[in-house]
Design a protein around this ligand. Sequence first.
Ligand code: SF4
Length: 705
Amino acid sequence: MKTFKSTCCYCGVGCGVVVTKEGNGQLSLEGDKEHPSNKGMLCSKGMNLHYTVMDQSDRLLYPQMRLNRSMPMQRTSWDDALERTAAVFKTLIKKFGPDSVAFYVSGQCLTEEYYLVNKLIKGFIGSNNIDTNSRLCMSSAVVGYKLALGEDSVPVCYDDIEAADVIFVTGANPAWCHPIIWRRVEAHKAANPHVKIICVDPRKTDTSRSSDLHLQIAPGTDIVLNNAIGRVLIEKNYIDHEFIAAHTDGFSDFQEKVMQRTIAEAAELCGIDVADIYTAAQWIGASKGFLSFWTMGLNQSVIGVNKNLSLINLHLITGKIGKPGNGPFSLTGQPNAMGGRETGGLANMLPGHREIVNAEHRAEMEQFWNTPVKIANKPGLTATEMFEALADDKLKAIWIINTNPLVSMPDINVAEAALNKSRFVVVQDISNRADTVKFADVVLPAAAWLEKEGTMTNAERRITHLPKAIDAPGEALPDAEIIWRFAEKMGFGESFNYKNTSEVYDEYTACTAGTTIDVTGVNYQLLKNNRSIQWPLTTSFKNNKTPVTGTKRLFTDHQFHTKNKKAQIHAVADENTSEPTTPDYPLVLTTGRIRDQWHTMTKTGRVAKLNQHTPQPFLQLHPEDAKNRNIKEGQLAVIKSRRGEVRVKVNITEDVRPGLCFLPMHWGKILGSNLGRANNLTNNLVDPKSKEPDFKFSAVEVTLY
Ligand code: SF4
């Protein structure tokens, strides 16, 4: 019997787990009591994590390829698969330039994998065409943090929960999607009944049901609400004049902006009571610790960056940031979205939170990597742009790693047509259930969680080491090894000559020297000794013998990472620019998660216990909207948008507001049909700054089937 300490590979909470491997190879799993992020607790997904690697019935076992899409896939060797892929990439790059190829990766990739793909395409191929499914998840928060605080850094930590007396949850359902954080919130509230929880969500959820105040706003009105709260905070003099004067810019523009709309107007637009806006503002203003949490309700919006800014503004005008229990906390959806950001895993970034558009940053990485080409000075294609470019034949080849865009992309039929039309598709995945496999020219089998070694960073900047505990099935290889083997086939072997991922990690940490996320000196042994390490580090303790101490919260000195060290308050317009509803499409559709499934279900969909909670997709519809359409509980309905349709059973419930309906995002094609695929309906509008899609607001109509 052997035990391994690892991290749950689902959500960004990053819970520590202890895996026990019996002599007969059977695995069991429990929460790690020594891991500070979860202290032994696990949610239903985490508790059943080991089943996803024990059931290997759908695993990709060996490389496959075909010469054209009308031919069946054939088993091949790693050398042949990678040599052919390299030959195609070299031909396309020679003929059409480096921007003719792209990598689309995942927030589930380990830090080392993210780093290697970035190094390969940005430093050696000479294109910035790498983006990640995190673009669909938290890129609005990235831009919001940068614009307001000068850096994409979550300024708070989980221990702030117990120091807060007002917890403001907006556009999120952590009771289902970040359950271990929510259990801490509930325990804190139970021990301290004076603590107030405010939930802002157009839906009633388990989170709203355990809140003191639920602001069930109309979809798309988040900024109206936040600006109205800002106005009350000013009028009731709950703002911190000293903090504003010493540490922020932009207050007078903000004040002018929020005074343009009365609280009564705001309440009407939001569809809530005036009194509730005053109550929320009063609780926030009088609090000692104001902690806000948000996820996709703010991020996945055509005005996602402004929604983020409008929330951060509330912390800045009250000075409730950089102190225990205070600050804006973007909950990351994926286990290593943060690690991806650190290694520059977006089309506009470079490792160490460097920027593509910054010439100094490019020069630093060119020198560090000793690149044979100049790093391109413009950001590459973002997630949705990649599929548009494939459709236009501007992008010729795409390599998709550990993500399933044919379930997760908006306006999915367009993305599917683009992939079908594209010249060359490589799919690197663990599962043959990934919807992309059937469009691939080359399929590469990847090792799964527990079958490879590396690191991840969770939502509170905590890095944890994940050991290899079991062998991958068949010929599957760790993702990092696939990339360094491919780089060698491309002729870059000298710069990708790694023996293990520990060497990759050491190289990555070295390139962070002197940056705001400097983790030089951290290595696998230190991570194992300390169980986990938060950045930024207390630098004087960085060596192999002494425990490394991370910093729990940022900006405690109120020196922000902008040029003048002041945080920026942004006066943001409150109009929503989503697709308008019309008489033909009068309802707003919002999409989201259910409790026991993860993303596109390639892992959780195989665990019988998890499927019991909600075995089928469904549509939540308000009783008034159901009555107007003569639809009864459990009947099959057709949901149509301007882009496609979905057919699912209806759940009539007052959990959604009138005029709003909700569909889970997890299901792809069911038995070959796309009847439950929510993204048949969503639209391709994106936030202009973050390029994050507007998943939470599509105009639809619902009729009885
Ligand atoms: Fe895993 Fe997230 Fe659940 Fe923790 S809360 S066990 S990280 S899914």
